[in-house]
Design a protein around this ligand. Sequence first.
Ligand code: NAP
Length: 360
Amino acid sequence: MNLADCSSHSATARLLHFGSPGAIYLRRFVGSLHVGRCGSNPTHVKTLRLRSNPPKTLTVTEAELAASAKIIDGKMVAKEIRDEITTEVSRMKDAIGVVPGLAVMLIGERKDSATYVRNKKKACESVGINSFEVRLPEDSAETEVLKFISDFNDDPAVHGILVQLPLPKHMNEQNILNAVSIEKDVDGFHPLNIGRLAMRGREPSFVPCTPKGCIELLHRYGFQIKGKKAVVIGRSNIVGMPAALLLQREDATVTIVHSRTQNPEQIVKEADIVISAVGQPDMVRGTWLKPGAVVIDVGINPVEDATCPRGYRLVGDVCYEEARKVVSAITPVPGGVGPMTIAMLLSNTLSSAKRIHNFQ
Ligand code: NAP
């Protein structure tokens, strides 16, 4: 089993629960046993009998048995949330005849952005939310984008508006994000929403999806946030900064680490909760982490790997193989925060439709 290889992010990868208190979670594997992309060298091998029908045996190394970190399964939690949304969307449709609608705008030809938009559209379909898509060429005028946003702001069938970032260089991101009605700002990037997030006693209409997904994972796994020391690595407007604000609202004591921070490892080592949103593969090593900490790894970083069909694989900001031997729980990459981001977008769209139509 190579937890970092392509098999670990196949569509069939899932967690196996060994059913005992303090349970060990291991991923289903394809292929030979092998641990570690960051230098671990397993020597001892054990055989486990899985509780399955028919019973299966699984060979794992002692290094793996010692690695008791719980895997925070974002894919599974996101599925639960999507099922809840499906039920609510259909309840709303039956009760008041309203179907939530999400408008997604893609400007330019970036392949990654096109994939994200396609995934968001598919996710809407899967829960019964209507999606409206606008694609504009790279050289479109900003006024054209603003006109679409204005139309969506006025369209009663649209409850959420998302402009896929990054925008082409000639466009002013601030102008465009400010144009989205605060009542339909399901990405939560409008300065008024971020401002309210930062202020005590104010409630934002929407919270940015990725950081919201991080906190939702902590809640659904029952990790206490109140009173804990939290470190957020990264301070971007879309992940790091709102993640820090959210943790603070949950009564954690929060420190932000960024590219100019001196001795980041010493600061991270103090943290009970680490949220990393940096974009540097395997930057956070096992030695940076406090034993028993909970780690949410937002980073999605492609690294070259000739053994993978696409020639690369995705890794997080945190060196997973080292970290899972130190911490009590960690999100995998992929399969951690990524699926939660889209689930939160759907959740924000549903909340928006409920709020606009005063539906409880
Ligand atoms: P970003 O805008 O590039 O921000 C990166 C942040 O990391 C910046 O605040 C930067 O500090 C900090 N940083 C960079 N190098 C550092 C270093 N060596 N030490 C400490 N801090 C450092 O990135 P982002 O949009 O927040 O995304 C971060 C990562 O999350 C990326 O891998 C991205 O693909 C991923 N992501 C995942 C999801 C998801 O759904 N899972 C969603 C969004 C993003 P400065 O401010 O000082 O420059």
